[in-house]
Design a protein around this ligand. Structure first.
Ligand code: BTN
Length: 248
């Protein structure tokens, strides 16, 4: 029988992503998870701060895996699925969707995010997967509208403690599927919840924008866009729906 990784609950840390790394360096056996009631320096993707008031879920898992870092990046989609399942359990009637690469949208607004950090080890790689879910509160952000599950009609948000158990169980389930059968099932489940499939999308890359129709997610987790110049794969960047970059 599979053993669930240890889940350590703390009151406050700077960032749970940093805390798991420190604990691993101090000898905590991988895999394990840390949940904190609040973070003083929570971070999001693209160098943004992640506001971390008490009442929400802030948790990170640390894994040491035999696969190379490129393949391990596929687990970002497993983490997004696990976060979506926590959101769906908190708001059973709500439309819970995934926005590439790993945002969770509830009723069209961001309710959870995933920050995956990995590095190569002598053999395999270390993966830190950090997940934040807005159970009780969400930051005011006009550019990137966010929502708390507590504000969704009919929702009954899980407590952070119960949400952490759900998250770890769900991520573990997806991770074992991935370890046994590869990325296909995760990819299918992610696409089934994807927002904007078949719609016009603007992908903002470092040097330029690509506009196209979102048609697929490839084996490497790249967003596949059908453009006037043929199929283009987007591996990193920010995605907006519509031609002009109106965020949704
Ligand atoms: C995003 O920008 O969407 C990713 C947000 C990830 C936030 C979580 S909260 C737990 C973990 N610790 C952090 O500092 N960040 C992640």
């Amino acid at each position: 029988m599979r053993q669930s990784p240890r889940l350590i609950s703390l009151d406050q840390v700077d960032s749970t992503n940093d805390e798991v790394r420190r604990r691993r360096a101090a000898g905590e056996p991988a895999p394990f998870w840390v949940r904190a009631a609040r973070q003083s320096a929570g971070r999001g993707r693209r160098g943004r701060a992640w506001v971390s008031e008490p009442g929400n879920l802030y948790a990170s898992g640390l894994y040491e895996l035999a696969a190379p870092t490129g393949e391990i990046a596929q687990l970002t989609f497993a983490a997004a699925l696990a976060a979506a399942e926590v959101a769906q359990a908190s708001a059973p009637g709500a439309a819970v969707r995934l926005k590439w690469p790993n945002d969770v949208l509830v009723e069209g607004r961001k309710a959870a995010g995933v920050l995956l950090e990995s590095r190569s080890l002598a053999r395999g790689a270390e993966l830190v997967v950090g997940v934040g879910v807005n159970l009780q509160s969400a930051p005011d952000d006009v550019e990137r509208p966010a929502v708390a599950l507590a504000d969704i009609a009919g929702a009954a948000p899980l407590s952070p403690e119960v949400a952490a158990d759900w998250l770890v169980d769900s991520f573990e389930r997806w991770r074992w599927i991935w370890a046994g059968d590869g990325f296909a099932e995760i990819r299918d489940a992610w696409l089934a919840r994807a927002t904007g499939l078949g719609d016009r999308v603007t992908a903002r890359l470092a040097e330029h924008d690509i506009v196209g129709t979102f048609v697929d997610l490839d084996e490497d987790g790249a967003l596949v866009l059908e453009t006037a110049a043929g199929l283009r794969r987007v591996r990193a960047g920010e995605v907006f729906f519509g031609e002009k970059g109106a965020m949704s």
